[in-house]
Design a protein around this ligand. Structure first.
Ligand code: ANZ
Ligand code: ZN
Length: 746
């Protein structure tokens, strides 16, 4: 049945207009705000918490968010109630350092960058639930960050201690071990020094074994798992006593070859002391050595130059005996397990963070702020800059803020002046999103509504960069375990499935502000549209590997989407094919197109499931080529194409679906197409190609195609082995035996 009445005359695709239109429509209709109570098939699709740097988002960030969104949209079309929330991790050193650099107050700066960041996030067309955005500097939010501190304290997990800690001379604050990367500050790259300070710690080490053992149960990239295992660094050995000096060793069987003892020191020097080696009963010297770490094991080692390289180097340098005895069977010392992981240093001598909710009373000691008095509001102060002498900027707050009544005895006491680490803000945000707006959230006992939490957590898919392999991902696991043990949660791994995306490279380097090779998405979105940029980014390479950003590539993607648009809009929309029936009867073509479509459905589905977005897009391009080649314009074929396109180019797909095909709003709620296994398989036939009767090549084609004379001849001529024999010659006659043979007579 042919219906040629609906002739569409469409204008050129106006991306600016169409993208704005659908973004407005999605928001108005709350298309991506699932009803959390009623949802039947919850799917929590989360991308790692971004922090808004003032210049806003660059295409590297957009790359991360887009991949996650493609995945979320796909799940939604598969019938899930997808929750895809977004917010800003705007408290903390990163934002504050920038504010200081540009001479703004962090609070004022936060407003500016928030506005810019949300504007950009709207532009890229992700299916965020805009009704539940959150910012870590929001009072409502950090009330609960402080609550978490109080819970930790009450459970004995927070303590204040004097310790040798990492100090960043540029950020003028202490840092946690995890925030020192190759001796440099994770934030600013300055070389970190050591300092003795009194600071708050969380006992993450209590969970060392569980954090380690659970790694085997979660579906994470192997690289990230290895990083966590190494960071926790469990090592089993023994503690051996050399008179009054205890050493930790993982090789107790080498004790009879130990020729010296070394204790941690700032210099390499001999102390003049000797101790008896309990295995050989010989006197051995006690050295101080820089290579012995003060806070690992017992801070002292037995030097076994014959079996250990570092000890060998030291022994050679200082002319210490080198003795190699066979391993002893008399194993000395008691068993001891050592960890590389240290307790999490939470204090920061900075302004822009949640004040640590603790009160110091002369008589009662440290007391937590009662939960119903939270939040402890960060006071507005003019002199917010870090001072460098270890005194917190909150020292400049008014006395009325600094002095409070002790919650226990009521006498005047003093507030803690440190704020907490930014990584505490982001250690629990994934729990917050589904709970925003619940009555628990508005209260003070716990932010977590039991039913909602049970229904929506843990996170179904967590997508982010590998640079947080240890930091955020370790802290979030720790906090979740803690809340489980405190009976607030019934699971202990927040992210059972984590996907690590790759990085965008520009001019040979990772895209980052410090490298000065940042590409702002705004200009590209204005010029090509968000859909084109999204598709281009997803096409750059496998999503877990990233890719190289080039202007020429994005133009190519723009042309492809233009082709898609014209495919839908320039011809009459007929119910059947409109390929002129001049050639063969078109039944075989139906076979070809249909099997290509079903192959594509299968391929795109499998690829998206594995986040291989680049090959999914290639498959779509091939399909579009076939549609052009066979002049496909039937709804039967165009509808599934629009559906397959929807996760990648959500705006154009919506316009094609609703505006062109006249389907119901919205394509993003329509069902993902299913392939028919019978149609995917196509019989392949081998056609022999001859030139002057001699076999020069063979051609493998789908059985439907094998009978099409002009198509087979075209393919045969394009065959490299054949074209060699045809070049420069005139084909006088072409013999075609359907399904079997082509012979060119030249
Ligand atoms: C004797 C020995 C012989 C060792 C040998 C190794 C090889 P992991 O696996 O990282 O735990 N060690 C112990 N405490 C140390 C400290 N505070 N600073 C520096 N090194 C320290 O490594 C444990 C090994 O590292 C220990 O076993 C000790 O050297 C050294 F053929 O003892 B071994
Ligand atoms: Zn720093």
């Amino acid at each position: 049945m042919v219906n040629s009445t609906r002739i569409l005359i469409m204008n050129k695709y106006d991306h600016t207009k169409i993208e704005k239109k659908w973004q407005g429509e999605w928001e108005k209709k709350k298309s991506f705000s699932p009803n959390l109570n009623k949802a039947k098939k919850p799917f929590y699709n989360l991308m790692m918490f971004p922090y808004p740097s003032a210049e806003g988002m660059h295409v590297g960030n957009m790359y991360a968010f887009t991949g996650a969104d493609v995945y979320g949209r796909y799940q939604r079309m598969n019938g899930y109630d997808v929750l895809e929330p977004i917010g800003l991790d705007g408290f903390g050193i990163h934002s504050e350092n920038y504010a200081i650099k540009v001479g703004r107050h962090p609070k004022e700066h936060a407003k500016i960058s928030e506005e810019n960041f949300y504007r950009q996030l709207h532009m890229i067309g992700n299916s965020y639930d805009w009704n539940r955005a959150l910012e870590t500097y929001d009072l409502e939010y950090y009330k609960w960050t402080q609550w978490l501190f109080v819970k930790m304290f009450k459970a004995g997990f927070a303590y204040k201690d004097d310790a040798i800690v990492n100090w960043c001379p540029s950020c003028k604050t202490v840092l946690a071990d995890e925030q020192v990367i190759d001796d440099e500050c994770e934030r600013c790259g300055t070389e970190v020094t050591k300092r003795e300070m009194r600071s708050w710690f969380f006992r993450i080490t209590k969970y060392a074994d569980r954090l380690l053992e659970n790694i085997e149960k979660i579906k994470w990239p192997e690289k990230i798992k290895i990083a966590q295992r190494n960071w926790i660094g469990r090592s089993e050995g023994r503690i051996i006593k050399f008179e009054n000096i205890e050493v930790f060793t993982t090789r107790p069987e080498t004790v009879n070859s130990a020729t010296f003892i070394a204790i941690s020191g700032n210099k390499n020097r001999f102390t003049g002391n000797y101790v008896i080696n309990p295995s050989t009963n010989k006197k051995i010297p006690v050295w101080e050595a820089q290579y012995v770490l003060a806070n690992y094991g017992t801070g002292a080692i037995m030097g076994v130059p014959a079996y250990d390289e570092k000890d060998m180097e030291f022994a050679k340098k200082y002319k210490i005996d080198i003795v190699k005895k066979p391993f002893t069977k008399e194993i000395q010392g008691k068993k001891h397990t050592n960890y590389h992981l240290r307790d999490w240093l939470i204090s920061r001598q900075r302004y822009w963070g949640p004040p640590i909710p603790m009160i110091n009373c002369k008589d009662c000691g440290w007391q937590p702020v009662p939960e119903r008095d939270l939040p402890v509001i960060l006071p507005d102060i003019k002199d917010f800059k870090p001072q460098g002498d270890g005194v917190s900027p909150l020292y400049n707050a008014s006395d009325s803020w600094k002095r409070v009544n002790c919650p226990k005895c009521g006498k005047i006491a003093e507030r803690e002046l440190d704020v907490s680490d930014t990584f505490l803000d982001s250690s629990w945000y994934f729990l917050a999103y589904p709970n925003l707006g619940t009555k628990e959230w508005e209260g003070y006992e716990s932010p977590l509504n039991f039913k909602i939490t049970k229904k929506w957590l843990p996170v179904n898919a967590y997508i982010g960069g590998a640079e947080h392999a240890v930091l955020h991902l370790l802290y979030a696991r720790f906090v979740t375990m803690f809340l489980k043990d405190e009976s607030y949660l019934d699971f202990e791994e927040p992210f059972p499935f984590l996907f690590g995306h790759g990085l965008i490279i520009k001019d040979g380097a990772k895209m980052s502000k410090s490298k000065g090779n940042v590409v702002n998405p705004d200009e590209y979105i204005n010029k090509f549209g968000a859909d084109t940029l999204r598709m281009y980014l997803m096409f750059l390479g496998p999503y877990n590997q990233g890719g190289d950003f080039r202007d020429s590539g994005i133009e190519g993607m723009g042309r492809f989407l233009g082709r898609v648009w014209r495919l839908f809009t320039t011809k009459s929309t007929l119910e059947e094919f409109i390929r002129p029936p001049s050639e063969e009867d078109f039944a075989p073509e139906v076979d070809v197109v249909r099997s290509k479509l079903h192959q594509t459905i299968k391929k795109v589905t499998e690829d998206i499931t594995q986040m291989k977005f680049n090959t999914a897009i290639s498959a779509l391009m091939e399909l579009v080529n076939v549609f052009y080649e066979y002049r496909v314009s039937s709804r039967e074929y165009l509808k599934p194409l629009a559906l397959l396109l929807a996760p990648f180019a959500p705006h154009m797909a919506e316009e094609l679906w609703v505006g062109v095909l006249g389907e119901h709003f919205s394509v993003h709620k329509a069902s993902w197409p299913r392939h028919d296994a019978n149609l995917v398989k196509v019989e392949q036939l081998v056609i022999v190609i001859q030139v002057n009767g001699k076999v020069r090549s063979t051609l493998q084609v789908e059985s439907g195609v094998s009978n099409l004379e002009s198509r087979v001849i075209k393919l045969a001529k394009e065959d490299k082995k054949v074209s060699k024999w045809l070049d420069g010659r005139v084909v006088k006659k072409t013999v075609f035996v359907p399904g079997k043979l082509v012979n060119f007579v030249v």
